[in-house]
Design a binder for this molecule. Structure first.
Ligand code: ZN
Length: 273
């Protein structure tokens, strides 16, 4: 089976709702007229949660679960940073050098396609399972997590006073006035994820991801104080997609939606077992 993005084999769309359980402080980094630290907003002025924040939060939780799980899943960040067997390109300079040489040199009588296939094989052998799904600087992610927009309704936004921090010493300064915007608990956000070329190991990682979403995770600032907790609305995660390009083609010829009907996550996974 070919590894990588060159051939499309299957594609799925995961859709659900996230509920903001505690206030969210996710600052844009630029002060506005009203506050020192406004919430991140779309161009239309709507607060949102960047897909990259979600990806980072979920991935770091998965990194903590995998090492002791014993399912043959590997992650590069905690262990295997060196050249030992099972090391990941993302964390190994030696492997990065090898990859660079491989992608630059064209052997005698070798075509560009041959070289690309070689690079794909190398990445298949030398990327950890998390990097293969979530991506790395050397390999584009097969999991596209969209920015999460509010589902509906009014957004309870408040401005809180904070403690000013001295930029030089890092110490709190009483006389420095500082405030920040918070989206208070309650609103729901739309979760949209697209995943491609999933294999059995990827489905296991997605099972873990579903657990993390259900359990709750943190994004934004003041996490230690409990801010920014999001949680999947129970039973809201649904999946649709096609298992093969043959199935895709068939639905195209029959003028059907190739992604089909959305089914509950648990039902899809039970059917695959
Ligand atoms: Zn890795």
């Amino acid at each position: 089976m070919t590894f990588g993005h060159h051939v499309l084999r299957n594609r799925y769309r995961l859709e659900g709702e996230l509920e903001l359980v505690t206030g969210l402080r996710l600052s844009s980094g630029r002060a506005s007229d009203e506050t020192d630290a406004p919430l991140m907003r779309t161009r239309a002025g709507v607060p949102f949660i960047p897909g990259s924040s979600l990806r980072g939060a979920v991935r770091s939780e998965l990194e903590r679960m995998i090492p002791d799980l014993g399912l043959g899943l590997h992650s590069c960040t905690l262990f295997l940073k060196d050249e030992s067997e099972g090391a990941c390109v993302t964390a190994s300079e030696g492997l990065q050098k090898e990859l660079q040489e491989l992608s630059e040199q064209l052997g005698e009588g070798e075509t560009r396609e041959d070289r690309e296939a070689k690079v794909a094989r190398f990445l298949d052998d030398h990327l950890c399972d998390l990097c293969k799904l979530f991506g790395s600087p050397f390999y584009a992610s097969r999991l596209a997590i969209e920015d999460c927009l509010p589902a509906a309704g009014d957004l309870p936004i408040t401005v809180r006073d904070g403690v000013g921090i001295d930029r030089d010493t890092g110490a709190a300064r009483e006389n420095v006035k500082f405030n920040y915007e918070v989206l208070e608990a309650g609103p729901k956000f739309r979760l949209r994820v697209q995943a491609e070329n999933l294999e059995e190991k990827d489905w296991k990682l997605l099972d873990l991801m579903e657990f993390v979403l259900r359990e709750g995770f943190f994004v934004g600032g003041k996490r230690a104080a409990g801010l920014g907790r999001l949680r999947l609305v129970p039973d809201s995660l649904r999946v649709r997609g096609f298992d093969s390009v043959q199935a895709l083609w068939q639905s195209i010829t029959e003028k059907r939606d190739p992604y089909g009907e959305a089914r509950p996550w648990a039902e899809v996974r039970r059917a695959q077992a």
